[in-house]
Design a protein around this ligand. Structure first.
Ligand SMILES: *[C@@H]1O[C@H](CO)[C@@H](O)[C@H](O)[C@H]1NC(C)=O
Ligand SMILES: *[C@@H]1O[C@H](CO)[C@@H](O)[C@H](O)[C@H]1NC(C)=O
Ligand SMILES: *[C@@H]1O[C@H](CO)[C@@H](O)[C@H](O)[C@H]1NC(C)=O
Length: 511
């Protein structure tokens, strides 16, 4: 059984007029394996990835293999054979046994148009966001107010660290905003608070260089704008790509009460090494450009774009890539001894060091990963702190998730949020009718910024989240409403601060 319910809202803080977007659902993976055709082209990758999108994937995937005649996609739009991948999280028990954490509901790739004059990714374009070797986050938590961020985007490391989000999911409580926390919370915190798992978030750079489709480090041909998702591009980065944002949900809640730790596949228990990879695999740059220019329905739903051909998730689920022979014995799902294959856990804070990659030609299999036994588990008592949207809407560099119905809320919620409930088959294949009903209350308006006007229209879902409860998968679908938020600057607030409080919000309600 699968039911669908909306409990939360997502607000997109926007500056400027461009506000369109769409979200690409890729409900199933094409495979899980030690493959990274961008970083480790033609060879076994250093760690396991969870891959979605085009079925023409493999050690040497590129635009041509993804677009090869007869190839498939696990995403819902058949013209999109792009490859989307991120490292796979594992749970490593205290005794060293590792199991893959289950992905819930596939992944969503948002294409948001924050910058002006958005240009489609060219054929042959590929990029990496994040750095698998980083093991520390040095900034404050939560982030300092955006108005204090440098307007000059010269510090890409600063922005890259803030492009990662670990969202603690608890659908019974006020949600955290996107890109709120830039490293994994502790196991104890997750046990006590993240009853519905974790959503991992990766924001990609959207400033590019004309004519440059890749670079030696697969990163320097692109850059983040000064506020991660918007703002000023660095000098020389004059092309504005869509702001690509990945969301994946992981059932970390299946390990509540278990003694052990969560570790990303590259041996990262911290989370700051989280990263994402993208190979443009759209039918053509012209098609994607046409879609960017045409598909501006504020719903963000792919169904509202007349150019897109949509396939069912059941068809998408049949799209898998051919697992290379060299990886067939990897046992990436576990249970197994340590994370595949023999990856040492490196907790930092210093950058991770290189390790031998099992099976890569000329490299001996490394020694067994070291796993520190932990003391036995005790019920945590940590309290959960919901994000304060009056702070986070101004302070965060990402998509700000907001829940309108909570009484202690700062008031960025829409006037009426609704809940959708839908029984659904476990195959995710059937399409049933949505039932809608009003949720609890209008938002309180306890603090600036308050809503000066709010649309109650039934926009499309902006984001969808999944959680598993027993045999039930619950989909949280979040819908966008257009609201204008006008800040009331309080005495002593600087002009610079005010500038960031006064902006148009794209707001969110339900489905
Ligand atoms: C390690 O502990 C887990 C959880 O108790 C258990 O499922 C697994 O079988 C254990 N592994 C070994 C090798 O004993
Ligand atoms: C929009 O971007 C394209 C490609 O980068 C560029 O050729 C064009 O001049 C830009 N137009 C405006 C109005 O900035
Ligand atoms: C934190 O990570 C950065 C980037 O890897 C590194 O340069 C720095 O030395 C690290 N800090 C510490 C205290 O190790």
């Amino acid at each position: 059984m699968r039911s669908q319910a909306t409990l939360s809202a997502l607000a997109l803080t926007l500056v400027g007029s461009a506000s369109a977007f769409w979200r690409m659902p890729c409900r199933s993976q094409t495979g899980v394996g030690r493959i990274d055709p961008i970083v480790d082209s033609g060879m076994i990758s250093g760690h396991v990835h969870s891959i979605s999108g085009g079925g023409g994937f493999g050690f040497t995937a590129d635009f041509d293999t993804l677009q090869a005649p007869g190839s498939c996609t696990s995403c819902e739009v058949t013209q999109d054979h792009s490859a989307y991948w991120t490292p796979t999280p594992y749970f490593v028990y205290a005794n060293g046994t590792a199991v893959m954490v289950e992905q819930v509901g596939g992944m969503l790739a948002y294409y948001l148009y924050y910058l002006q004059n958005v240009t489609a990714f060219p054929e042959g374009f590929q990029m990496v966001a994040g750095d698998p070797n980083i093991r520390n986050f040095t900034g404050p938590f939560p982030d300092a107010d955006l108005s204090s961020w440098p307007t000059d985007p010269t510090d890409q490391f600063f922005l890259e660290q803030r492009a990662i989000g670990f969202n603690c999911l608890n659908y019974g409580k006020t949600p955290e905003p996107s890109l709120y926390r830039h490293q994994m919370p502790s196991k104890e915190y997750m046990d006590g608070n993240c009853a519905d798992g974790m959503r991992f978030e990766m924001a990609f750079p959207s400033c590019g260089k004309s004519g440059e489709k890749d670079s030696p480090d697969h990163k320097s041909h692109v850059a983040y704008p000064s506020l991660v998702k918007e703002g000023n591009c660095p000098d020389g980065y004059d092309v504005h790509y869509p702001f690509l944002f990945y969301e994946t949900i992981w059932a970390t809640n299946q390990f509540i009460g278990e003694d052990g730790q969560f570790v990303l596949s590259m041996g990262d228990p911290v989370g700051t090494g989280y990263h994402g990879d993208f190979i443009m695999g759209w039918e053509s740059q012209d098609f994607l450009q046409n879609a960017l220019d045409t598909c501006q329905n504020p719903s963000g739903q792919i169904e509202d774009c007349p150019l897109f051909d949509i396939q069912s998730d059941a068809v998408g689920a049949k799209c898998t890539f051919d697992m290379p022979e060299a990886l067939k014995d990897d046992n990436v799902f576990g249970p197994r001894d340590g994370i595949p294959v023999n990856i040492p856990i490196q907790a930092g804070p210093e950058p991770a060091t290189a390790y031998a990659i099992a099976g890569r030609s000329g490299v001996a299999t490394s020694s067994m990963a070291s796993t520190t036994a932990k003391s036995s588990w005790a019920a945590p008592t940590l309290s959960y702190t919901a994000a304060n949207p009056s702070l986070t809407s101004a302070a965060l560099g990402g998509i700000v998730v907001d829940r309108p119905t909570g009484g202690n809320y700062g008031g960025i919620g829409p006037a009426g949020s609704k809940v959708v409930s839908q029984p659904w088959s476990s195959s995710i294949a059937s399409s049933s009718t949505l039932t809608t009903f009003q949720a609890a209350a209008s938002p309180s308006t306890t603090a600036a910024p308050f809503i000066s006007s709010a649309s109650n229209s039934d926009g499309g879902a902006v984001t969808t989240s999944y959680l598993t409860q027993g045999n039930t998968v619950i989909e949280l679908a979040i819908v966008e409403d257009e609201v204008t938020v006008t800040a009331t600057p309080s005495a002593g607030v600087s002009a610079k601060h005010r500038r960031h409080l006064q902006k148009h919000l794209h707001h969110a309600g339900r489905r």
